[in-house]
Design a protein around this ligand. Sequence first.
Ligand SMILES: [Mn+2]
Length: 356
Amino acid sequence: MGAPIKFLHTADLHLKRDEPFRLNVLSWIVSKTEKLANGLIIAGDLFENDIEASFLRGKVREIFERINPLPILIIPGNHDSLAYSPETHYGDNVILFSEGPSKIKIKGIKIAGIPFHPQLDFSQCIEKLEFESKPDVAIAHGTLYDKKFPEIYTELEEEAKYMPIYSWHVEGKMKYLALGHYHSRFIQVGFGKTQVVYPGAPLATSRRSVGKRFVALVQIEKDGEVKVEKIPVEISSYWKKIEWMVFPGKEEKKLEEIDREIKRLACKKVMLEGKIKGSIKMGEREFRDRVKEIEEKYRSSFKCIHLLCEIKHWAHLIQNPTVALFMEKLRGKNYDDLLKERALELTLSALEKLRK
Ligand SMILES: [Mn+2]
């Protein structure tokens, strides 16, 4: 029994000229491959589109060939399906699965690549490739429909229709399915002995890329066992989202809490999006100014920081002694803040109607 074979698995870099940092991330991943693995898998959407691919191909080839002869396996995704043709050269160590589903062997590991194609059906591709024996690794770009992870098909919206993949297409058909297409986060799921992984985009492609970015390190033992490890992409910044709930009369305390929490999260890699919800007694302008002050104070501690106020002000009603008493009682209750806010909102809007 020989040494296990390891691959680094990524997808969805969406390289384009006006985001030059993305090439640095590719370069980081390629160096990491040399340190940790025997090859790199890119499961689609390496480029934003085929035009960007034409402009960036030279730079990308230079990065890939730095680790020659370690193999780099690439399948086209829905964004860059036109970026690869027999005439394009991505580097001597690049293995492209662009001319339809096909299979190769690397150090005894059977690998099936299924390029994205609007008319291709994942299950048919897998069946066809199984001619002599099942592949160890399959690479594809599409939408996994599994009720444990509804966010995959809901977040992808209209892009969710691309190459649907169901558990019964996967279970027992390969040992590891390397997927691309879902950007937001790292997802690993097992169907029987088959491990399926979306590494998520290794860089924040949109505000939905919440949390640290990762690539997958997959290890295939000669006895067939598969181990998956999450490797953080240290150079990539990422979004972090927080929500706060403010209660009338508790503005000062909440502002202090917000300040403290933001201070604790300070990091140059973090893009912070904070939302402040609830109701206030303090003037709206004053409250917003105070929030702006906090934003300014920590601007240089983050990659970027946005604090949004979604607050309601009940100008007249909260002067009313009965309402004040109600709020006092509600505040003393040991309920969840969200529930208190909802109770207050319902009561105040009902009273507002009575006044008219
Ligand atoms: Mn895609």
